[in-house]
Write a protein that binds this ligand. Structure first.
Ligand code: PLP
Length: 387
Protein backbone atom coordinates (compact mmCIF):
# COMPACT_ATOMS: atom_id res chain seq x y z
CA UNK A 1 0.00 0.00 0.00
CA UNK A 2 1.23 3.47 -0.83
CA UNK A 3 -0.27 6.46 0.95
CA UNK A 4 2.46 8.82 -0.22
CA UNK A 5 0.61 10.01 -3.31
CA UNK A 6 -2.47 11.01 -1.31
CA UNK A 7 -0.33 13.01 1.08
CA UNK A 8 1.47 14.70 -1.83
CA UNK A 9 -1.79 15.53 -3.59
CA UNK A 10 -3.19 17.08 -0.41
CA UNK A 11 -0.01 19.17 -0.11
CA UNK A 12 -0.43 20.39 -3.69
CA UNK A 13 -4.05 21.35 -2.96
CA UNK A 14 -2.99 23.12 0.22
CA UNK A 15 -0.14 25.02 -1.49
CA UNK A 16 -2.54 26.21 -4.19
CA UNK A 17 -4.79 27.70 -1.50
CA UNK A 18 -7.60 25.27 -2.34
CA UNK A 19 -7.73 23.07 0.74
CA UNK A 20 -11.32 22.24 1.61
CA UNK A 21 -12.69 21.66 5.08
CA UNK A 22 -16.10 20.76 6.47
CA UNK A 23 -17.11 23.37 9.02
CA UNK A 24 -19.44 22.98 12.00
CA UNK A 25 -22.44 25.08 11.07
CA UNK A 26 -25.72 25.83 12.82
CA UNK A 27 -28.67 27.44 11.08
CA UNK A 28 -31.32 29.76 12.37
CA UNK A 29 -33.42 30.87 9.41
CA UNK A 30 -31.24 33.04 7.22
CA UNK A 31 -28.70 33.40 10.02
CA UNK A 32 -25.79 31.04 10.27
CA UNK A 33 -23.48 30.27 13.18
CA UNK A 34 -19.94 29.31 12.29
CA UNK A 35 -17.18 29.03 14.90
CA UNK A 36 -19.33 30.88 17.40
CA UNK A 37 -19.99 33.79 15.02
CA UNK A 38 -23.49 34.75 13.84
CA UNK A 39 -23.69 35.88 10.22
CA UNK A 40 -26.18 36.55 7.46
CA UNK A 41 -26.16 33.47 5.25
CA UNK A 42 -25.33 34.65 1.75
CA UNK A 43 -24.03 31.28 0.62
CA UNK A 44 -27.10 29.08 0.58
CA UNK A 45 -29.22 27.98 -2.38
CA UNK A 46 -32.42 28.37 -0.35
CA UNK A 47 -33.30 31.26 -2.66
CA UNK A 48 -36.82 31.80 -1.35
CA UNK A 49 -35.94 31.05 2.28
CA UNK A 50 -38.53 28.28 2.48
CA UNK A 51 -36.43 25.65 4.25
CA UNK A 52 -36.94 27.22 7.66
CA UNK A 53 -40.27 28.93 7.09
CA UNK A 54 -42.12 28.12 10.36
CA UNK A 55 -45.68 28.46 9.04
CA UNK A 56 -45.00 26.18 6.06
CA UNK A 57 -43.35 23.58 8.27
CA UNK A 58 -46.25 23.76 10.71
CA UNK A 59 -48.81 23.44 7.92
CA UNK A 60 -46.96 20.44 6.47
CA UNK A 61 -46.81 18.74 9.86
CA UNK A 62 -50.47 19.32 10.54
CA UNK A 63 -51.62 17.85 7.23
CA UNK A 64 -49.10 14.99 6.99
CA UNK A 65 -48.74 11.88 9.09
CA UNK A 66 -44.96 12.11 9.15
CA UNK A 67 -44.55 9.08 11.43
CA UNK A 68 -46.62 6.88 9.12
CA UNK A 69 -44.64 8.03 6.08
CA UNK A 70 -41.32 7.15 7.56
CA UNK A 71 -37.81 8.44 7.14
CA UNK A 72 -36.43 5.75 4.87
CA UNK A 73 -37.59 4.11 1.66
CA UNK A 74 -35.23 1.24 2.52
CA UNK A 75 -35.03 0.12 -1.09
CA UNK A 76 -34.57 1.27 -4.65
CA UNK A 77 -37.59 2.64 -6.51
CA UNK A 78 -37.33 -0.41 -8.76
CA UNK A 79 -37.78 -2.74 -5.77
CA UNK A 80 -40.06 -1.74 -2.90
CA UNK A 81 -39.06 1.92 -2.52
CA UNK A 82 -41.53 3.46 -4.96
CA UNK A 83 -43.97 4.79 -2.36
CA UNK A 84 -47.12 6.58 -3.52
CA UNK A 85 -45.79 10.12 -3.11
CA UNK A 86 -43.47 9.55 -6.06
CA UNK A 87 -46.38 9.07 -8.39
CA UNK A 88 -48.27 12.02 -6.93
CA UNK A 89 -45.22 14.26 -7.29
CA UNK A 90 -44.53 13.10 -10.85
CA UNK A 91 -48.18 13.60 -11.80
CA UNK A 92 -48.04 17.16 -10.41
CA UNK A 93 -44.84 17.92 -12.32
CA UNK A 94 -46.28 16.54 -15.54
CA UNK A 95 -49.35 18.73 -15.14
CA UNK A 96 -47.44 21.87 -14.15
CA UNK A 97 -45.06 21.67 -17.11
CA UNK A 98 -47.76 20.31 -19.40
CA UNK A 99 -45.39 17.60 -20.62
CA UNK A 100 -45.99 13.91 -21.25
CA UNK A 101 -44.20 12.72 -18.14
CA UNK A 102 -41.84 13.35 -15.26
CA UNK A 103 -39.32 11.25 -13.38
CA UNK A 104 -37.92 12.03 -9.92
CA UNK A 105 -34.35 11.25 -8.85
CA UNK A 106 -32.42 11.37 -5.58
CA UNK A 107 -30.55 14.55 -6.52
CA UNK A 108 -29.50 16.76 -9.40
CA UNK A 109 -26.19 14.97 -9.33
CA UNK A 110 -27.92 11.59 -9.78
CA UNK A 111 -29.96 13.05 -12.64
CA UNK A 112 -27.04 14.59 -14.49
CA UNK A 113 -24.66 11.66 -14.16
CA UNK A 114 -27.41 9.24 -15.11
CA UNK A 115 -29.49 10.62 -17.96
CA UNK A 116 -26.90 11.57 -20.59
CA UNK A 117 -24.85 8.34 -20.41
CA UNK A 118 -27.87 6.23 -21.31
CA UNK A 119 -29.46 8.56 -23.85
CA UNK A 120 -26.28 9.40 -25.75
CA UNK A 121 -24.33 6.46 -27.13
CA UNK A 122 -21.32 5.91 -29.40
CA UNK A 123 -22.99 7.20 -32.53
CA UNK A 124 -24.06 10.44 -30.83
CA UNK A 125 -22.66 13.84 -29.94
CA UNK A 126 -23.10 15.86 -26.75
CA UNK A 127 -22.36 19.52 -27.20
CA UNK A 128 -22.38 21.57 -24.02
CA UNK A 129 -21.85 25.13 -22.86
CA UNK A 130 -18.28 25.58 -21.58
CA UNK A 131 -19.50 26.50 -18.08
CA UNK A 132 -21.92 23.65 -17.36
CA UNK A 133 -21.89 22.19 -13.86
CA UNK A 134 -19.51 19.42 -12.75
CA UNK A 135 -22.39 16.92 -12.55
CA UNK A 136 -23.13 17.42 -16.25
CA UNK A 137 -19.46 17.06 -17.11
CA UNK A 138 -19.35 13.81 -15.14
CA UNK A 139 -22.45 12.63 -17.02
CA UNK A 140 -20.80 13.43 -20.34
CA UNK A 141 -17.65 11.58 -19.28
CA UNK A 142 -19.68 8.51 -18.35
CA UNK A 143 -21.33 8.46 -21.75
CA UNK A 144 -19.76 6.87 -24.81
CA UNK A 145 -20.80 9.76 -27.01
CA UNK A 146 -18.39 12.28 -28.48
CA UNK A 147 -18.23 15.53 -26.52
CA UNK A 148 -17.74 19.09 -27.67
CA UNK A 149 -18.00 22.34 -25.75
CA UNK A 150 -19.13 25.68 -27.12
CA UNK A 151 -17.88 28.98 -25.70
CA UNK A 152 -20.01 30.17 -22.82
CA UNK A 153 -23.35 31.56 -24.12
CA UNK A 154 -21.79 31.89 -27.58
CA UNK A 155 -24.49 30.48 -29.83
CA UNK A 156 -22.65 31.46 -33.00
CA UNK A 157 -19.89 29.13 -31.88
CA UNK A 158 -22.49 26.44 -31.19
CA UNK A 159 -23.89 26.90 -34.69
CA UNK A 160 -20.41 26.70 -36.22
CA UNK A 161 -19.74 23.44 -34.43
CA UNK A 162 -23.10 22.02 -35.50
CA UNK A 163 -22.51 23.01 -39.12
CA UNK A 164 -19.22 21.12 -38.98
CA UNK A 165 -20.30 18.06 -37.04
CA UNK A 166 -24.08 17.51 -37.12
CA UNK A 167 -24.13 15.14 -40.06
CA UNK A 168 -21.51 12.84 -38.57
CA UNK A 169 -23.75 11.81 -35.70
CA UNK A 170 -27.08 10.07 -35.31
CA UNK A 171 -28.38 12.06 -32.32
CA UNK A 172 -27.05 15.34 -31.02
CA UNK A 173 -27.72 16.64 -27.49
CA UNK A 174 -27.29 20.36 -26.85
CA UNK A 175 -26.75 20.80 -23.12
CA UNK A 176 -26.90 23.96 -21.04
CA UNK A 177 -27.79 25.31 -17.64
CA UNK A 178 -30.38 28.07 -17.55
CA UNK A 179 -29.00 30.12 -14.63
CA UNK A 180 -25.26 29.45 -14.49
CA UNK A 181 -24.04 28.61 -11.03
CA UNK A 182 -20.80 30.61 -10.98
CA UNK A 183 -21.52 33.68 -13.13
CA UNK A 184 -25.24 33.98 -12.40
CA UNK A 185 -25.93 34.67 -16.07
CA UNK A 186 -28.83 33.22 -18.01
CA UNK A 187 -28.99 31.14 -21.18
CA UNK A 188 -31.03 32.37 -24.12
CA UNK A 189 -33.34 29.37 -24.27
CA UNK A 190 -35.41 30.76 -27.15
CA UNK A 191 -32.32 30.90 -29.30
CA UNK A 192 -31.28 27.42 -28.25
CA UNK A 193 -34.73 26.12 -29.18
CA UNK A 194 -34.35 27.63 -32.64
CA UNK A 195 -30.91 26.07 -33.05
CA UNK A 196 -32.03 22.65 -31.87
CA UNK A 197 -34.87 22.72 -34.40
CA UNK A 198 -32.63 23.91 -37.20
CA UNK A 199 -30.11 21.13 -36.57
CA UNK A 200 -32.58 18.43 -35.53
CA UNK A 201 -31.01 18.05 -32.08
CA UNK A 202 -32.29 17.36 -28.57
CA UNK A 203 -32.12 20.19 -26.02
CA UNK A 204 -31.25 19.34 -22.39
CA UNK A 205 -31.60 22.23 -19.92
CA UNK A 206 -30.50 22.05 -16.29
CA UNK A 207 -32.68 24.50 -14.37
CA UNK A 208 -31.17 23.69 -10.96
CA UNK A 209 -30.75 27.35 -9.98
CA UNK A 210 -33.89 28.59 -11.72
CA UNK A 211 -36.74 26.34 -10.56
CA UNK A 212 -38.68 28.05 -7.80
CA UNK A 213 -36.74 31.27 -8.35
CA UNK A 214 -37.68 32.21 -11.93
CA UNK A 215 -40.88 32.27 -13.94
CA UNK A 216 -44.34 33.46 -12.96
CA UNK A 217 -45.18 30.12 -11.34
CA UNK A 218 -41.60 29.23 -10.43
CA UNK A 219 -41.14 26.71 -13.24
CA UNK A 220 -37.82 28.28 -14.18
CA UNK A 221 -36.34 30.16 -17.12
CA UNK A 222 -38.18 27.88 -19.54
CA UNK A 223 -41.43 29.41 -18.26
CA UNK A 224 -40.00 32.94 -18.20
CA UNK A 225 -38.80 32.59 -21.80
CA UNK A 226 -41.97 30.76 -22.91
CA UNK A 227 -40.28 27.68 -24.30
CA UNK A 228 -41.28 24.81 -22.03
CA UNK A 229 -42.85 23.03 -24.96
CA UNK A 230 -39.73 23.03 -27.12
CA UNK A 231 -37.20 21.76 -24.57
CA UNK A 232 -36.81 18.00 -24.71
CA UNK A 233 -35.35 17.48 -21.23
CA UNK A 234 -35.95 20.00 -18.46
CA UNK A 235 -34.03 19.01 -15.35
CA UNK A 236 -34.77 20.69 -12.03
CA UNK A 237 -33.50 20.13 -8.51
CA UNK A 238 -35.41 20.25 -5.23
CA UNK A 239 -32.41 21.06 -3.06
CA UNK A 240 -32.24 24.76 -3.83
CA UNK A 241 -35.26 27.11 -4.05
CA UNK A 242 -37.47 24.06 -3.40
CA UNK A 243 -35.94 23.73 0.07
CA UNK A 244 -35.98 19.95 -0.08
CA UNK A 245 -33.89 17.22 -1.72
CA UNK A 246 -34.11 15.40 -5.03
CA UNK A 247 -34.45 16.30 -8.68
CA UNK A 248 -36.63 15.66 -11.70
CA UNK A 249 -36.73 15.57 -15.45
CA UNK A 250 -39.81 16.35 -17.51
CA UNK A 251 -39.76 14.79 -20.95
CA UNK A 252 -41.63 12.53 -23.36
CA UNK A 253 -43.06 9.21 -22.13
CA UNK A 254 -40.69 7.15 -24.23
CA UNK A 255 -37.67 8.68 -22.51
CA UNK A 256 -39.14 8.21 -19.05
CA UNK A 257 -39.62 4.52 -19.82
CA UNK A 258 -36.11 4.31 -21.24
CA UNK A 259 -34.57 5.91 -18.14
CA UNK A 260 -36.49 3.61 -15.79
CA UNK A 261 -35.10 0.65 -17.70
CA UNK A 262 -31.52 1.77 -18.10
CA UNK A 263 -30.46 4.63 -15.82
CA UNK A 264 -28.02 3.26 -13.27
CA UNK A 265 -28.23 6.23 -10.89
CA UNK A 266 -31.97 5.62 -10.64
CA UNK A 267 -31.97 1.84 -10.50
CA UNK A 268 -29.06 1.15 -8.19
CA UNK A 269 -29.74 3.51 -5.32
CA UNK A 270 -32.13 3.71 -2.38
CA UNK A 271 -35.17 5.86 -3.05
CA UNK A 272 -35.69 9.18 -1.28
CA UNK A 273 -37.38 9.02 2.14
CA UNK A 274 -41.19 9.21 1.72
CA UNK A 275 -41.40 12.16 4.11
CA UNK A 276 -38.98 14.06 1.91
CA UNK A 277 -40.96 13.42 -1.27
CA UNK A 278 -44.18 14.46 0.50
CA UNK A 279 -42.53 17.73 1.63
CA UNK A 280 -41.30 18.41 -1.91
CA UNK A 281 -44.81 17.89 -3.24
CA UNK A 282 -46.26 20.12 -0.52
CA UNK A 283 -43.93 22.94 -1.65
CA UNK A 284 -44.40 22.26 -5.36
CA UNK A 285 -48.12 22.84 -5.02
CA UNK A 286 -47.50 26.19 -3.31
CA UNK A 287 -44.71 27.37 -5.60
CA UNK A 288 -46.96 29.59 -7.78
CA UNK A 289 -47.91 31.51 -4.60
CA UNK A 290 -44.37 32.76 -4.03
CA UNK A 291 -44.40 35.23 -6.90
CA UNK A 292 -43.70 38.19 -4.58
CA UNK A 293 -40.62 36.44 -3.20
CA UNK A 294 -39.33 35.92 -6.76
CA UNK A 295 -39.84 39.62 -7.49
CA UNK A 296 -38.02 40.60 -4.29
CA UNK A 297 -35.17 38.22 -5.14
CA UNK A 298 -34.78 39.81 -8.56
CA UNK A 299 -34.86 43.31 -7.04
CA UNK A 300 -32.20 42.74 -4.36
CA UNK A 301 -30.02 40.97 -6.91
CA UNK A 302 -30.12 43.96 -9.22
CA UNK A 303 -29.56 46.35 -6.25
CA UNK A 304 -26.46 44.40 -5.21
CA UNK A 305 -25.09 44.46 -8.76
CA UNK A 306 -25.56 48.23 -8.83
CA UNK A 307 -23.75 48.69 -5.52
CA UNK A 308 -20.85 46.48 -6.64
CA UNK A 309 -20.52 48.24 -9.99
CA UNK A 310 -20.67 51.68 -8.41
CA UNK A 311 -17.82 50.63 -6.12
CA UNK A 312 -15.76 49.50 -9.12
CA UNK A 313 -16.11 45.74 -8.71
CA UNK A 314 -16.69 43.61 -11.75
CA UNK A 315 -19.86 41.58 -11.48
CA UNK A 316 -21.72 39.44 -13.99
CA UNK A 317 -25.06 37.94 -14.85
CA UNK A 318 -28.65 38.85 -14.10
CA UNK A 319 -29.90 36.49 -11.46
CA UNK A 320 -29.88 35.88 -7.71
CA UNK A 321 -26.33 34.48 -7.98
CA UNK A 322 -24.17 37.59 -7.87
CA UNK A 323 -20.41 37.25 -8.34
CA UNK A 324 -18.01 39.88 -7.00
CA UNK A 325 -14.79 39.39 -8.91
CA UNK A 326 -11.63 39.72 -6.84
CA UNK A 327 -8.84 38.44 -9.11
CA UNK A 328 -6.42 36.06 -7.39
CA UNK A 329 -7.43 33.21 -5.11
CA UNK A 330 -5.76 35.03 -2.21
CA UNK A 331 -7.74 38.26 -2.80
CA UNK A 332 -11.03 36.36 -2.82
CA UNK A 333 -10.14 34.63 0.46
CA UNK A 334 -9.17 37.97 2.01
CA UNK A 335 -12.45 39.52 0.87
CA UNK A 336 -14.45 36.60 2.23
CA UNK A 337 -12.66 36.87 5.59
CA UNK A 338 -13.44 40.58 5.70
CA UNK A 339 -17.11 39.95 4.88
CA UNK A 340 -17.31 37.25 7.54
CA UNK A 341 -15.65 39.48 10.14
CA UNK A 342 -18.45 41.93 9.45
CA UNK A 343 -21.30 39.43 9.72
CA UNK A 344 -21.76 38.33 6.08
CA UNK A 345 -21.21 34.66 5.30
CA UNK A 346 -20.21 34.83 1.63
CA UNK A 347 -17.63 32.35 0.42
CA UNK A 348 -14.83 32.60 -2.14
CA UNK A 349 -14.90 30.56 -5.34
CA UNK A 350 -11.38 30.00 -6.57
CA UNK A 351 -9.38 28.70 -9.47
CA UNK A 352 -9.64 25.93 -10.69
CA UNK A 353 -13.42 26.01 -10.08
CA UNK A 354 -13.40 29.32 -12.01
CA UNK A 355 -10.74 30.55 -14.49
CA UNK A 356 -7.38 31.81 -13.18
CA UNK A 357 -7.52 35.39 -11.83
CA UNK A 358 -11.31 35.31 -11.84
CA UNK A 359 -11.65 34.19 -8.23
CA UNK A 360 -14.71 35.73 -6.71
CA UNK A 361 -17.15 36.05 -3.88
CA UNK A 362 -20.32 34.26 -4.90
CA UNK A 363 -23.30 35.94 -3.27
CA UNK A 364 -26.27 33.61 -3.27
CA UNK A 365 -29.25 35.73 -2.33
CA UNK A 366 -32.30 34.79 -0.31
CA UNK A 367 -35.69 36.49 -0.56
CA UNK A 368 -36.48 35.98 3.12
CA UNK A 369 -33.65 38.28 4.24
CA UNK A 370 -35.02 41.67 5.28
CA UNK A 371 -34.24 44.73 3.13
CA UNK A 372 -32.60 46.38 6.17
CA UNK A 373 -30.14 43.48 6.38
CA UNK A 374 -29.36 43.80 2.68
CA UNK A 375 -28.87 47.53 3.25
CA UNK A 376 -26.18 46.70 5.86
CA UNK A 377 -24.38 44.64 3.21
CA UNK A 378 -24.68 47.46 0.66
CA UNK A 379 -23.36 49.99 3.21
CA UNK A 380 -20.46 47.70 4.00
CA UNK A 381 -19.51 47.37 0.32
CA UNK A 382 -19.82 51.12 -0.22
CA UNK A 383 -17.42 51.73 2.68
CA UNK A 384 -14.77 49.26 1.53
CA UNK A 385 -11.38 50.87 1.18
CA UNK A 386 -10.15 51.35 -2.38
CA UNK A 387 -7.13 49.17 -3.30
C1 PLP B 1 -26.38 23.38 -12.29
C2 PLP B 1 -26.43 22.31 -11.25
N1 PLP B 1 -26.94 21.11 -11.58
C3 PLP B 1 -27.00 20.13 -10.68
C4 PLP B 1 -26.56 20.29 -9.39
C5 PLP B 1 -26.64 19.16 -8.43
O1 PLP B 1 -27.85 19.21 -7.75
P1 PLP B 1 -28.03 18.46 -6.37
O2 PLP B 1 -27.48 19.35 -5.31
O3 PLP B 1 -29.50 18.23 -6.27
O4 PLP B 1 -27.25 17.18 -6.48
C6 PLP B 1 -26.05 21.52 -9.00
C7 PLP B 1 -25.60 21.71 -7.60
O5 PLP B 1 -25.14 22.69 -7.16
C8 PLP B 1 -25.98 22.56 -9.95
O6 PLP B 1 -25.46 23.76 -9.64
Amino acid sequence: MNKERYIKKLEIIQNAGNYRILRDIEHNGFLIHVDGKEMLNLSSNDYLGLSTNPSLIEEFRSETDVMALGYSAASSRLLSGNHKYYKLLEDDLTELYDKESALVFNSGYHANIGILPVLASKSDLIIADKLVHASIIDGMRLSQAQMLRFKHLDYEHLRDLLVLHRDTYENVFIVTESVFSMDGDVADLQQLCEIKKEFDAFLYVDEAHAVGARGTNGLGCCEEQACVEDIDFIVGTFGKAYASLGAFVVCEDIFREYLINTQRSLIFTTALPPVNVAWTRFLLKRMPNFYDLRIKLAQVSSDLREVLTAKGFETRGNSHIVPMLCGSNESSVEMSDLLQDNGFFALPIRYPTVPKNEARIRFSLNASIAMEDYQCLFDFIECLEEE
